[in-house]
Design a protein around this ligand. Structure first.
Ligand SMILES: CC(C)(COP(=O)(O)OP(=O)(O)OC[C@H]1O[C@@H](n2cnc3c(N)ncnc32)[C@H](O)[C@@H]1OP(=O)(O)O)[C@@H](O)C(=O)NCCC(=O)NCCS
Length: 190
């Protein structure tokens, strides 16, 4: 078993019923660009729509740097049915000293509403409690992003409150909803 601090230098492949979660690579650029160029996909995220595949390569280069440095990074979400990389899901930050981390996720629009990201996110939450020794896992979304809030609820997270005008994103102040699940709550559900 890897030491907890080495987990993201040797990011494991995870599997769910309909998905494979594996490390991202530069080879994912075209599949990622196919969804990241869609303005509805980037509507409620801090990053801008990808205007060309160079934007996707620039992002993936930062991911590869994070992987090489052993920092947290998202998994590529691969649909078994389509045999295609269709999104990302994983940890966006991790504070081992506080045993807490935050998850985030994105999926190609054609696949929304089938429960795929809830399936991925539950597995990533399980990974956080079993492998990363987390005590608290957080997630947050723009107040208008009902689908994302539902994913958090499907993971067993509790709504903790709304932070008004929390971030200025794409020129507008945005209110966020915060959710979390604690280790003891996750253990109760086992
Ligand atoms: C958020 C996102 C990842 C969800 O992925 P998904 O695989 O479609 O999510 P799931 O199917 O697992 O769950 C979505 C839930 O939201 C519900 N939902 C979706 N849109 C909704 C809406 N406009 N109003 C009410 N409910 C909605 C679905 O019915 C489903 O709930 P249910 O299972 O109780 O029926 C996807 O919509 C996405 O990629 N959005 C753009 C990127 C993004 O916003 N990421 C999150 C940043 S915080």
């Amino acid at each position: 078993m890897l030491k907890v601090e080495d987990i993201f230098t040797h990011m494991p492949v995870l599997e769910t019923r309909r998905l494979v979660l594996r490390p991202l690579s530069l080879d994912d650029a075209q599949d990622m660009y196919d969804y990241a160029r869609d303005p509805l996909v980037s509507r409620y995220v801090p990053w801008e729509v990808h205007r060309g595949i160079e934007d996707t390569f620039a992002y993936l280069n930062t991911v590869v740097e994070d992987q090489l440095a052993g920092r947290v990074s998202s998994w590529a979400v691969v649909s078994k049915a389509e045999d295609k990389m269709v999104g990302t899901a994983g940890y966006v930050w991790w504070q081992p000293e506080h045993q807490k981390a935050e998850i985030g996720y994105v999926l190609a629009r054609s696949l929304w509403g089938q429960g795929l990201i809830s399936e991925a996110a539950k597995t990533i939450v399980d990974f956080g409690f079993t492998r990363m020794e987390l005590n608290r896992i957080e997630a947050r979304c723009f107040e208008e992003n009902i689908a994302s809030a539902r994913v958090m609820e499907h993971c067993g997270m509790t709504f903790e409150g709304r932070f008004r005008d929390y971030l200025r994103v794409k020129g507008a102040f945005c209110t966020f909803r915060f959710y979390s699940i604690l280790r003891r709550e996750w253990e109760e559900k086992l």
